[in-house]
Ligand binder design. Structure first.
Ligand code: CO8
Length: 258
């Protein structure tokens, strides 16, 4: 049996998923990503988990793909085995919210992994970068696609073309990060945010994630139609009745699916 390098703790409907490779820089080896995906898929299937928080080590969220393994890769193998697609695409398919709590390095695939999450919280010591150009490759897990959507073309081009990292403060100013905190408070802040989501009705939370993601995948009119239908279907839920009744009765909602 392989050693466990991804650890999960569940409390109050929030799962904290910790990347804990032997190398504290958390190179994204196949072993690490396979275990990460397995953990996230278990959370997805667990009705006791509403939100996951992904965190790395004291030194790094993740310092990118495993350069040692990539140095031996050829085109035939990369294509035939669907390198990256094979074990990264399932992360994209997750329907429950995933929050990245980034401290230390988030480079290459590490930055891309953070961007695959729904919300990014960062500690002041975090740095984000797409250094692939310095290794003679193109980013391969969304760096050229999610980064411009997050920070705009000019900043994304600068990061991808120079390979130079940006600080947590710069990432916050560019809106790559939505909350900046101290290193000590990183996990507590991310967990508090997760809990404030987890107390809501889970089918509604999942429908909202699905609808926001549509904004990246469709035209405005298609996205608005998708949202409208999702909104209409919400009236079939018991939790809609409870949420509105609770408001009118001036009390806290007791959602069935919270
Ligand atoms: N892969 C493999 N090993 C790594 C990696 C990595 N990404 N990063 C660091 N290491 C290893 C080093 O080789 C070294 O090993 P050893 O102790 O055996 O010599 C050990 O970790 C410590 O590293 P450093 O001595 O370099 O530590 P420093 O504190 O001096 O520097 C840095 C830390 C700045 C993070 C530095 O290690 C670094 O620049 N790392 C590489 C960062 C990088 O280029 N990342 C991008 C990789 S390419 C990529 O991610 C493509 C994305 C594709 C999608 C993802 C698919 C999985």
């Amino acid at each position: 049996m392989s050693r466990q390098i991804v650890h999960v703790e569940i409390e109050d409907r929030v799962a904290v998923v910790r990347l804990a490779s032997e190398n504290p820089l958390n190179p994204l080896t196949d072993e690490l990503v396979d275990q990460l995906v397995a953990a996230l898929q278990r959370n997805e299937a667990d009705p006791g988990v509403h939100v996951s928080v992904l965190i790395g080590s004291a030194r790094a969220f993740a310092a990118g793909a495993d350069i040692d393994a990539m140095s031996r890769l050829d085109y035939r193998t990369a294509f035939a085995l669907d390198y990256i697609g094979r074990n990264w695409d399932p992360i994209r398919a997750l329907r429950k919210p995933l929050i990245a709590a980034v401290g230390g390095y988030a480079l290459g695939g590490g930055c891309e992994l953070a961007m695959m999450c729904d919300i990014v919280v960062a500690a002041e010591d975090a740095s984000f970068g797409q250094p692939e150009v310095r290794l003679g490759i193109v980013p391969g897990a969304g760096g050229t696609q999610r980064l411009p959507r997050a920070v705009g073309k000019s900043a994304a081009m600068t990061m991808c073309l120079t390979g130079a990292p940006i600080s947590a403060q710069e990432a916050f100013d560019l809106r790559l990060v939505s909350k900046l905190t101290t290193r000590e408070a990183l996990l507590d802040e991310a967990r508090a945010l997760a809990q404030s989501i987890a107390r809501h009705s889970i089918p509604v939370v999942m429908a909202i994630k699905e609808s926001v993601n549509r904004a990246y995948e469709s035209s405005l009119s298609e996205g608005l139609l998708f949202e409208r239908r999702s909104f209409h279907s919400g009236f079939a839920l018991e939790d809609q009745k409870e949420g509105m009744r609770a408001f009118l009765e001036r009390r806290a909602a007791r959602f069935r699916d919270a």
